[in-house]
Design a protein around this ligand. Structure first.
Ligand code: 13P
Ligand code: SF4
Length: 398
């Protein structure tokens, strides 16, 4: 066997600073979760693209290593197109966070390599504690996860013992362990509507925009943690209205992590998979898309011949976060993927007790989905919003 050429990962990276809104719970017993927002700082590695020869070599090396290690690759739609293609070419999958985890559970491979951000790797590990879960980067964060520290969140929940705790998938294992339910963007609205119908009052964390959207649609009594996604927060309403005037026949597809003023303009509000399905099924040839631009790779292959336009942000030069590209998803690359398969480092670890508790909140969601007959691959319920000013909205199976 040839000795592998060492991968010089340092040559390919530099560090950038990232600002995000950090909710603070500074009033014990406050009814507004995280009522004070302050700017906090994080960082992400920025990779230089490998040159064409390196790219070919790395892809071949990853394919060989996946076989040798009995490993399967699961990737999110926001990661680099090379990783999405590799996942599909090698029998893995590209999907949203829930399906990524479920794919790992149902696949016989003993090693699951998650290309995404840390909470996705943790969810895969929680659902598959007996498997080895690796990630190209353990430091790939998420501003929603960073903005919801487990100890502060637990204190807030303790101050409101009369409320059911529902958390979004974009949280740490410890926050999921404190919750009664974990939901994803594809099924959160249905679950909250179900809890509301039972007369339950809810604590929702961490995304204030997704929580606000669900609250408006269901009328549920919800206390909202004030976190946000630094990518979706950047879409600009006035510029979007202008863009729509230039493309009057385009349908607007929006992820519910976007602010309410953007969601209010949408033709379809949905998770990443729902957005892709809408592009395939809607009778339109042009779409404006308000989510991370990594999704365009899959959208173009899923709906060939259709035209996709990025919803406006403040622009690449405005701040490092306003380019509609998650800086942490972008930390996944060919070089660090090959490296982790070679050295087995970057294994996700979840404290077994925390994992057991977190699994209960995830399992509730999976059971609920099954009860709706929404089994593997079908948890995606399109959330169709009508044009502003009309009172109807429809929720129906894909
Ligand atoms: P989806 O579950 O819709 O893929 O969203 C995950 C995410 O992090 C969006 O920013
Ligand atoms: Fe988190 Fe936003 Fe990145 Fe999704 S796009 S992982 S919500 S920071």
């Amino acid at each position: 066997m040839n000795t592998p050429v060492p991968i010089n990962i340092e040559r390919m990276e530099h560090i950038k600073r990232i600002e995000f809104d950090r909710p603070r719970v500074n009033i014990p017993g406050s009814t507004i979760a995280g009522s004070t927002l302050s700017v906090d700082h994080a960082w992400a590695k920025v990779f230089t693209e490998p040159n064409p020869a390196e790219r070919i070599e790395l892809k071949a090396r990853i394919k060989r290593l996946l076989k040798e290690q009995n490993a399967v690759l699961v990737a999110h739609y926001y990661v680099h197109p090379d990783l999405q293609d590799l996942a599909e070419e090698t029998g893995g999958c590209v999907s949203d966070s829930l399906e990524m985890a479920r794919f790992g559970s149902n696949h016989p491979a003993q090693t699951v390599v998650v290309c995404g951000v840390r909470f996705m790797g943790e969810t895969a590990k929680i659902l598959n504690p007996e498997k080895r879960v690796l990630m190209p980067e353990l430091e790939a964060e998420c501003s929603l996860d960073l903005g919801c520290p487990p100890d502060e969140f637990a204190a807030f929940c303790d101050a409101h013992p009369d409320r059911i705790v529902v958390v979004y998938a974009n949280t740490s294992a410890a926050v999921k362990a404190r919750a009664d339910w974990m939901v994803t963007s594809s099924i959160g609205l249905k679950i909250v509507a179900h809890l509301h119908a039972q007369g339950k009052k809810i604590i929702w964390a961490p995304d204030r925009h997704l929580g606000g959207y669900i609250q408006t649609q269901t009328g549920a009594d919800m206390l909202l943690w004030q976190g946000s996604c630094l990518v979706h927060d950047e879409f600009k309403t006035a510029e979007l209205i202008e863009l729509r005037k230039q493309h009057p026949n385009a349908k607007l597809l929006v992820h519910p992590e976007a602010p309410a003023s953007i969601v209010a303009l949408a033709d379809v509000v949905g998770s990443t998979t729902q957005i892709i399905k809408a592009a395939q099924t809607l009778d339109a040839t042009e779409f404006i898309v308000a989510t991370d631009k990594g999704i365009f790779h899959k959208m173009k292959s899923a709906a060939p011949g259709k035209n996709f336009i990025e919803a406006p942000t403040a622009g690449n030069s405005a701040t490092c976060k306003s380019c509609a590209q998650c800086p942490w998803m972008a930390m996944n690359g060919l070089a660090n993927l090959a490296l982790v398969l070679e050295n087995g480092k970057n294994e996700i670890q979840v404290d077994p007790l925390v994992g057991l508790r977190a699994k209960q909140s995830i399992q509730r969601m999976l059971d609920f989905a099954q009860g709706l007959n929404l089994t593997q691959g079908q948890t995606q319920i399109p959330i169709i919003t009508q044009a502003p000013g009309t009172s109807e909205h429809g929720i129906g199976p894909a």
